[in-house]
Design a protein around this ligand. Structure first.
Ligand SMILES: [Ca+2]
Length: 264
């Protein structure tokens, strides 16, 4: 029953905020505003300051942040047991992560280093450098897609780290900044917005926000006291069309199903 109660709260919140989603946006794909229902709940290491989350070959990969606590993990989804773990040197603050052609790419916050590991063994392979901050990372059609705290998503060649293109993320006239953890989901980029309970569904060609997913009820269900324990972490299982989310220091990881909300 909890999801139903929470969904009502989300509707009321949307009304209170006025949402600003008028008829002019009517051509957007899918609903402008969604909440979610919980399909399943899994354990999540409560020490994990989640900065990257991705499913690969049935296993969950997670990158965690903070200086001295940054790591790369392979996790058993069902049990939350960490099967393999690499500690990142304390001078680095790990951020977004994605897996492409058998390699794990892990960003760092302000040091401009991207670490590359073997996806099976997590043995280090190489490093790349990039300009600006590293926040979230995903990939599509052979390119890395990176957020950096601004409203820009940059597309990189994973071999050379040369920038191929970029989009400016916007909802109507408004630039959407602080895009954090990313996931490519069926033709859209899903992006956590830092310190919010919302995920933006972004058109990768134009940067336009097609819609929003409000997951305040998930965070509220956990009774978290740490202010940095925000929603961050999206993983899409393309084979079984399952969507997973978690947050920094959250004790749970959720499989969710999106529930469209009526426009106010
Ligand atoms: Ca992700």
């Amino acid at each position: 029953m909890r999801p139903r109660i929470a969904a009502v709260i989300v509707v009321l919140t949307a009304v209170a905020l006025g949402s600003g989603h008028g008829a002019a946006e009517g051509q957007a794909r899918g609903p402008r505003l969604s909440s979610a229902a919980i399909v399943a709940t899994f354990p999540h290491a409560p020490d994990a300051f989640t900065q990257g989350l991705e499913l690969h070959d049935g296993r969950l990969y997670e990158s965690t942040g903070l200086h001295g606590r940054s790591s790369l993990r392979i996790v058993d989804l069902a049990t939350g047991v960490i099967e393999r773990r690499v500690e990142v040197p304390a001078k680095y603050y790990a951020e977004g992560m994605t897996i492409l052609v058998g390699r794990v790419y892990q960003l760092t916050y302000r040091s401009g280093h991207c670490f590359v590991y073997d996806a099976d063994t997590l043995a280090p392979i190489t490093q790349h450098r990039y300009e600006g901050e590293g926040w979230g990372l995903t990939h599509h059609e052979g390119l890395l897609v990176m957020s950096d705290g601004t409203n820009v998503l940059r597309f990189f060649d994973p071999q050379t780290f040369a920038e191929v293109r970029r989009v400016f993320v916007h909802d109507g006239e408004r630039a959407i900044r602080q895009l954090n953890e990313l996931e490519w989901v069926e033709g859209e980029i899903f992006a956590n917005v830092w310190r919010s309970d919302r995920i933006a569904r972004i058109d990768p060609a134009t940067g336009r926000v097609n819609g929003w997913i409000d997951l305040a009820f998930l965070r509220e269900s956990l009774s978290l006291t740490e202010p940095e324990a925000v929603l961050n972490g999206i993983a899409w299982d393309a084979a079984q069309r399952r969507l997973f989310v978690t947050g920094k220091l959250w004790p749970s990881l959720f499989e969710i199903r999106l529930v469209p909300l009526a426009e106010p």
